[in-house]
Structures are given as C-alpha cells and as structure tokens.
Design a protein around this ligand. Structure first.
Ligand code: NGQ
Ligand code: ZN
Length: 463
C-alpha cells in the first residue's frame, strides 16, 4: 500500500529552542506541522526516525544556471583576474542558455540541494529573454522552468524575478551582453501578475522581486517596484545584491555621496521584508544600522571566497543582533554545512581566534550558526519554514546515527560533527520537504533522469 506517513518520532530533534528528546512530529496533508511534542512515548504505529532530526535549511540566494559553469573559470585568464573578469565569462555562458537547458541544469541543482540539506531555495532569477533580448511569447517562459525544476526536486521555492535596467550607477545604458536580463518596469509587474495567476502561492511557493543591485536599478524605479509589489502583496520579499565589491562601493560613493548599504538604509524603508545579499563591505555604523533594520544579510561564503569579494563582518553584525542566512549563489559548492563552516572560519582567519560566532547564550557555535541561518533563511523566503514548530512546513533532515562523525555525541556536540567535521559520505540520510520524503537513504527518485538530462544540456552549453 502506498500511503504517506503523517508522523515521525525522533529520539532527538533540534527545535528552535534547542535539542529535545522523543519528539513526535505530526503534519497535515498540506505539509504543515500540526504537532511538535517532546517527551512523547513511542507507539507501535508511529514510525521512528533513523537518527537525529534537524530543520531543513533554506538556501536564500541562487542563480541556478551558474551551476553548469561551476569550476570552469578557475584559471588565470587575465593578469588582473577578478570578480569583473569572471562576470564576463559568466555573461558568455548565460548567452547560451535555452529554456530546456535551464530546466535541466536547475533540476540537477535542486536535487543536489536537497541531498545537501537545503529543503528550500530563493531563486534570484534574471535571465528572462531570448539571446538578443527578444521577449518570449510567454513572459514566464524561463521562470516557469525554474518552478518546474523545484517541483521535480520537491524543494520549496521563493522565486524572485530580477529587475535589471542599467550597467552602472547614474542610469548607464545596459551592455549588449546584458540584453537577456533587461526588462521594463511594466514588463516585470506584468510577469509577477502572470506568475501569481498561473501558480497559486502556498507554503512551498512564493513570489517576490529582486532589483538586481543599485548599479542596475535607478532610485525612482526602486520606489515604483517596491510600492507596486507591496500594493499587490504586502509581505512579499525584496532581495538586492549590495556592496559585494569595493568598486561598487566607490562607484556608489562617487554617484550618490553615500556607500551602498548606507544609501539603501537612508533611501528605502528597509525592514523585515528585505534581504541584502552579500553586504560584504560595510563600515561599523552600516553594520549596526543594518542589524537594527530587521532585514536579512544574505551571506554566500563559498561564492564570496571564490569571487574574491571580501569578508563579511559577522562578529559585529551578530553581536548587534543582526539576522542572516546562507546562499549557495554561484553554486561553486552546494552544501549548507560548508557555507556555515566557511562563514565561521573566515572570521577565525581574520581575527586569529576561535568560535568567533558563538555567543554566551549559545556557546556551541554550530548550533548558533544552524539555528540563526534557518530563522534568517525563512524570513528571507517569506514562507513558513522557520524550523520544527507548529504551523511551520514539515521540512526536515534525518541524520545517519551510525555516521562516524555523529557517534557518541552529546546533544550540544552533534551539530559540530555535522558542520565542522568533513569525513566520508554526508551524514544527511533522509530529507523531507512539505512532509514528503524527497531524499531516502541519500537517493532521489528522479536523480538518474536528471543527471542524464544535465549531461545532454552540458554538451549543448559547452559546445
Ligand atoms: C550575478 N553574482 O548577478 O550573478 C552576480 C554577478 C553582478 C554575484 N554577485 C553579476 N555573485 O553582480 O553584476
Ligand atoms: Zn547573486
């Protein structure tokens, strides 16, 4: 008989308030948790989890197509190789995409995400048009491919269509290689209306908007999209790239007299609905004020390291109560554990100390990192995925109790075994999203088809 289980008993589970024992998880057919009850008694009709249970991790920043070029730009192509020369290669790659290859790459990626502990993704999606910028008959041609990929993988999706209009501060005209990204404000608002009409939103699907950056969207346009978005959907999320590179900071200063994060905080009503992606280069006052705003800092440690961005000041931002989450961005790595580890390690390397992001309230640094990133990722996703609590989505991971890195560990040592130790296969054994088991014993039902399609897509893209 093929029936879906609606409950699971976990000997240990990480709730928002910390580890609890004999936790009975119950969920309804819409995939939302209806009960999270510690100290429950095992019953013969209640299935037991094969190991410790964690909330699924939201991935708050992804450009899915970049998965297919991961590891293909690691050579000195230019004596001054930088973020900006990487971007030229990325643009050349983006020019090759078709609707079919985008869907194949995204499906492979989202299955990889699920295996790596991400039960949900925010897709910062900016390729909307055909190769020379011609509009597709269906404005949601490419957006629809990402929605389909997330459905195949079974992960939750917050789709953020990107508004992109200029090549630099001061309204500079776009470059020819940016043609596929460029849309009028009306086109974007129409796309959003289209998406909302054809794909009703639910706990596993949400729409927001992403002005690409202060480089790509002028101040007056930022006001219009924000107002229109919130007129239609008052709690919809807004994501923006900001202050990732020094050149962006100096260009912004030259144009506006303010640094990017300062400019945004002073000129937009930045609040809980905002996610500032990267925010790498901030002065102390910007760090404090961003923390006070309630917005999320979207930190993407492996991509920021790969692109030579700089080090986010996690120590002061977290000390000020700043909210944050993690994203795999360019997908040079797709592994929630590695993002958390590198975030902590970047602080250790800079400050020559240990356990830099732990607090006296949560001395186990991996627990602090994991719980903060779930809460912040949920806020940025604007969906109920903030961990194992009543009313949240049943997005969770079952660890392998027999994995060597988890053996004989006390509650407060367990996550460190997951985040800081890197030996052998992943300890993540089963993954549930919206109450459905999408990874069983480290396998996804669609993985073979997805890999075959990905291989075909690569052959075409790299030809
Ligand atoms: C992007 N990626 O949109 O894919 C950007 C590069 C830009 C990152 N910032 C392009 N990591 O910022 O102009
Ligand atoms: Zn990005």
């Amino acid at each position: 008989m093929n029936h879906t289980i609606q409950c699971l008993l976990a000997e240990r589970a990480l709730l928002p308030q910390g580890w609890r024992h004999n936790v009975l998880l119950q969920w309804d057919t819409s995939g939302l948790l209806t009960g999270v009850t510690p100290d429950s008694k095992p019953g013969s009709d209640i299935p037991s989890a094969a190991g410790p249970v964690l909330p699924g991790m939201p991935n708050l920043h992804s450009h899915a197509f970049q998965r297919a070029m991961a590891g293909l730009t690691e050579y000195l192509g230019n004596p001054q190789d930088s973020f900006w020369s990487w971007r030229e290669l990325m643009y050349r790659f983006a020019a090759q995409l078709t609707p079919e290859t985008l869907q194949a790459v995204a499906t492979q990626l989202y299955i990889e995400m699920a295996k790596a502990g991400y039960t949900s993704v925010c897709e910062f999606h900016y390729i909307h048009h055909a190769a020379q910028g011609q509009y597709y008959a269906n404005p949601a041609e490419l957006s629809g491919r990402l929605i389909a990929a997330a459905q195949t993988a079974g992960i939750g999706l917050t789709l953020l269509p990107v508004l992109y209009q200029h090549s630099g501060f001061g309204g500079r005209p776009p470059l020819p290689e940016q043609a596929r990204f460029i849309s009028s404000t009306d086109w974007m608002l129409n796309l959003l209306a289209h998406l909302r009409r054809d794909h009703p939103q639910h706990a596993g699907l949400r729409f927001g908007v992403a002005p690409h950056s202060l480089r790509a969207v002028a101040p007056a346009t930022l006001d219009i999209v924000r107002q229109q978005l919130h007129a239609a959907d008052p709690s919809a999320p807004i994501h923006i790239h900001i202050a990732e590179q020094q050149k962006e900071v100096s260009d912004c200063l030259a144009q506006t007299g303010a640094r990017p994060v300062r400019w945004l905080l002073d000129n937009q009503p930045v609040d809980e609905r905002w996610c500032l992606v990267h925010a790498t280069h901030m002065q102390a006052g910007e760090t404090l004020d961003l923390a006070r705003s309630g917005a999320i800092a979207g930190i993407c440690p492996t991509t920021e390291a790969n692109l030579g961005d700089g080090i986010f000041d996690g120590v002061n931002y977290l000390a000020a109560g700043g909210r944050w989450g993690i994203g795999s961005d360019s997908h040079i790595s797709v592994c929630a554990r590695e993002e958390l580890r590198l975030f902590e390690y970047s602080q250790r390397l800079r400050d020559q100390r240990r356990n830099a992001l732990a607090s006296t309230a949560t001395p186990a640094v991996a627990d602090r990192l994991y719980l903060d990133a779930v809460a912040g990722g949920a806020q940025a996703s604007a969906r109920p995925i903030a961990g194992l609590a009543h009313g949240q989505r049943a997005d969770f991971l079952v660890l392998d109790a027999q994995h060597p890195n988890l053996l004989q560990r006390q509650d407060d040592q367990l996550l460190a075994g997951l985040v800081f130790c890197q030996h052998g296969e992943t300890p993540i054994r089963d993954v549930y999203a919206g109450g459905k088991c999408i990874i069983a014993d480290r396998q996804h039902a669609a993985q073979d088809t997805a890999l075959a399609d990905y291989g075909k897509a690569l052959k075409q893209l790299l030809a």
